[in-house]
Design a protein. Structure first.
Length: 145
């Protein structure tokens, strides 16, 4: 004789499903009983959400031209020093890369053979510019002094 196919887990899931259905019905009835609920949410002058509309006297007029999205235009930004001076601390000609030690900031920058204007070797003083690479700042347009 076979046992019941209903397990304890199935019974519990069925109870939860029925309970959810009952709660959903109660919420729907509550909405029907009180149709004039708060349909709008307002943001006050401090950025908090409220159910009362803001006072029109506190309204500030903002021109669309004053809103700046994204990065500032190039002429608005400060111009950085373009040419930096440094010393080649390491350069492997067979592999085509090396590092330049900045004399002012004491930072090391990666340099690739594609960013060279003149051929360089270890110990040479050079001028260079910086560009953002995948893994940080890279020295480009490297010239020997």
């Amino acid at each position: 004789m076979a046992g019941s196919q209903e397990t304890f887990g199935k019974k519990e899931r069925e109870k939860k499903r029925l309970k959810k259905r009952e709660e959903k019905k109660k919420r729907a009835e509550a909405r029907k009983a009180n149709p004039a609920g708060n349909e709008f949410v307002y943001v006050d002058q401090f950025g908090n959400l409220t159910d009362t509309p803001p006072d029109p006297a506190n309204k500030i007029k903002v021109d669309a031209e004053d809103i700046v999205l994204g990065i500032p235009k190039k002429e608005d930004r400060e111009e950085e020093e373009t040419a930096k001076e440094g010393k080649v601390s390491f350069f492997d000609t067979s592999k085509g890369f090396g590092f330049i030690f900045d004399l002012k900031t004491q930072d090391k920058y990666f340099v690739h053979v594609s960013g060279l204007i003149d051929e360089i070797a270890e110990g040479d003083k050079v001028t260079f510019e910086l560009e953002r690479g995948l893994k940080g700042m890279n020295a480009v347009r490297v010239k020997k002094i």
